[in-house]
Design a protein around this ligand. Structure first.
Ligand code: SAM
Length: 247
């Protein structure tokens, strides 16, 4: 049976490009866990921002291939070597996507506004001094600036612009990025969220979030909920998520 996700032995590499790691695997695990829903979602345009080696976008294509006809896949990265390596990974798996070397999604925003059904992002999230953000080569893969949020906070409004009414957004975060605050920011834009995967490694505590537009919640928020009650709700759901995983 053909693999449902990219095979590591077929993933191309370069010392200037981020190799698939725990965060990439956690993101693909979140997509795998949501596979049935993704198929029912019937997306027409799917996009990865910051594709690196191409492991994630190739996995997303393989997950949907043969199940959802006529999907258009796009991937962006600021690193031109990552764009080349992603193309090699796609080719090695016999699948296709448009790979564009650009900052987040500039040059695509106008054309794709309101039409992307699935966006996946494993951003540079490691807390670093701000001057390290956007440096050339491999450093741009992890340098996330203050609290690891500099690039994430630039990506969120772009995602809001690109997503279709039914759009879904999957984002890799660390606890030090304050995922609850990210959810609150997105909630103010009208998105509901849930934790898809929580994983602790020796070095980091990863949380993969999923967002979708929720009109009812937007209305309810305007009428009732306060930020502090949302933040305490989030920490309760994170604790219960962790508890369930340990049982
Ligand atoms: C943590 S790596 C993830 C790579 C790959 N998606 C994975 O999960 O293995 C982050 C990627 O985002 C790219 N990146 C950093 N800043 C970016 C930006 N402003 N726009 C697009 N890509 C960016 C980096 O070059 C790097 O390839």
């Amino acid at each position: 049976m053909p693999s449902r996700i990219a095979e590591i032995r077929l993933v191309s590499s370069d010392h200037e490009v981020y190799e698939p790691c725990d965060d990439s695997f956690a993101l693909v695990d979140a997509l795998l866990a949501d596979r049935t829903n993704l198929i029912e979602h019937n997306p027409k345009i799917c996009m990865e921002i910051g594709c690196g080696s191409g492991y994630v976008i190739t996995s997303l294509i393989l997950l949907l291939k043969n199940e959802v006809p006529g999907v258009h896949f796009l991937a962006t990265d600021t690193n031109p070597i990552a764009a080349r390596v992603t193309n090699e990974t796609l080719e090695a798996h016999g699948v296709e996507a448009d790979v564009i070397c650009t900052d987040i999604a500039s040059c695509l925003e106008k054309r794709l506004a309101g039409s992307v059904d699935v966006i996946v992002v494993n951003p540079p999230y490691v807390p670093t001094p701000d001057y390290e953000v956007g440096m050339e080569g491999i450093a741009s893969a992890w340098a996330g600036g203050e609290n690891g949020r500099t690039v994430i906070d630039k990506i969120l409004p772009v995602v809001d612009l690109l997503l279709s009414e039914k759009g879904w957004f999957y984002l890799v975060t660390l606890t030090s990025n304050s995922p609850s605050e990210i959810c609150l920011l997105m909630r103010k834009k009208g998105y509901a969220s849930r934790i898809m995967v929580q994983r602790s490694t020796d070095e980091e505590n990863l949380i993969i979030l999923k967002f979708w537009r929720d009109k009812d919640q937007e209305m309810l928020d305007k009428e009732t909920s306060s930020s502090s009650s949302f933040l305490s709700q989030f920490s309760r759901s994170l604790s219960s998520f962790i508890e369930k995983q340990w049982r």
